[in-house]
Design a protein around this ligand. Structure first.
Ligand code: ATP
Ligand code: MG
Length: 340
């Protein structure tokens, strides 16, 4: 067996294969701190509430954090920001450890292969992903996995471009970041991230309209469409403006970062977009239109959208882990038996 894990700023998801089905387990990458004395014990005795208690403080972690935050009038906090462990959050490490362990579970056998997504270093900020990557890897290895990082954009290619021989441009529009990777026959030739994604859209919209960020996020996630016909002056109008700005920003960076030499002559590159931020109706068309208008140094065969944008990265990490495992099995079988 093998597993894939998507460690995202907003969502942590694992993927594993059961027969012909891929099974996903998901948690919000979020927690809330509550005084134990404020809390009736039976609230936590619901066995599925993920939490830890430290002295007189209880941390409710994952999907339940929001509900507890509302009940106790607290703010949720996030272990990650802009794609990596947050340096401003002192509880980041124990919280994300709990979340990832719950999502991946125990390995089925010691040393089970696991690929986890890790962003590329952003080109528009000083953030560096190394500490994040090493920290996540060490938790997973402590749990008994043989864990390897996989670039988030590359995971998109494994998940969505199998029919194109794992060749193309994969783009993951997440919460904290947007990750871009160009691959030839499953070899990444160029990758980068920008430290902007859905959170940036939410923050800008909140500032522009004087609306609380959480309110903006829920309006955005609840049937918002990128059709530019409604609500000029309202939250949806502002969301459209910042969405368009994010797309143009990412397209500009693609134009600047991909060199002509990166792309084989005569190849038309398939482009696939995914990630939670690509969910609204109209996103794929808007991205395609803006990419067509941009001056980019290579030719594109088409733009498609992943059918399940929240699952692509975990699924791609699983594809990579399974293919590694299969390769190892073949090597073992091909190796001559040791002499008796
Ligand atoms: N239906 C929806 N419409 C618009 N945005 C959505 C929708 N569902 C989720 N999102 C947004 O998608 C983002 C989360 O996407 P995703 O889970 O791909 O990010 P992540 O992997 O956690 O973050 P990152 O890759 O940046 O670390 C959030 O900004 C969330 O608000
Ligand atoms: Mg992501």
């Amino acid at each position: 067996m093998a597993k894939g894990l998507d460690v995202g700023t907003m969502n942590v998801l694992s993927a594993r294969q059961e027969g012909t089905d891929t099974v996903f387990v998901q948690q919000r990458n979020s927690f809330v701190e509550i005084d134990h004395s404020d809390m009736a014990e039976q609230m936590l005795s619901r066995s599925d509430v993920l939490h830890i208690r430290k002295d007189d403080t209880v941390y409710v972690v994952g999907d339940d954090a929001l509900e507890f935050a509302n009940i106790f009038n607290r703010e949720t906090r996030r272990p990650m920001q802009q794609g990596i462990l947050s340096s401003d959050e002192r509880s980041a490490i124990p919280m994300i450890k709990l979340i990832t362990e719950q999502v991946v579970g125990e390995p089925e056998s010691p040393g089970e292969r696991l690929y986890f997504s890790s962003p590329a270093d952003p080109i528009d900020s000083d953030l560096n992903t190394l500490y994040h990557q090493k920290t996540i890897r060490s938790f997973l290895e402590d749990t008994g996995y043989d864990a390897e990082p996989i670039n988030e954009g590359m995971a998109v290619i494994y998940s969505e471009l199998a029919d194109d021989n794992f060749t193309g441009l994969g783009i993951s529009f997440g919460a904290g970041m947007t990750n871009v990777c160009l691959s030839y026959y499953a070899v990444p030739v160029m990758k980068f991230s920008v430290a902007r994604g859905g959170d940036w859209v939410d923050e800008q919209t909140a500032q522009a309209t004087g609306t609380p960020v959480d309110k903006v996020t829920s309006i955005k996630e609840d049937d918002f469409q990128l059709d530019f016909t409604t609500d000029v002056g309202g939250v949806e109008g502002a969301l459209s403006i910042y969405y368009e700005n994010l797309l143009d920003y990412v397209i500009d960076k693609i134009a600047a970062e991909v060199n002509e030499e990166d792309v084989e002559e005569g190849l038309d590159v398939p482009v696939v977009v995914t990630g939670g931020t690509s969910s609204p109706r109209g996103f794929e068309k808007l991205f395609r239109d803006h990419l067509e208008d941009a001056e980019i140094p290579f030719s594109i065969s088409g733009v498609s959208q992943a059918s399940e944008p929240m699952y692509s990265v975990a699924r791609g990490a699983l594809v990579a882990a399974r293919s590694d495992e299969e390769e190892e099995r073949q090597q073992r079988e091909a190796a001559p038996e040791p002499d008796e």
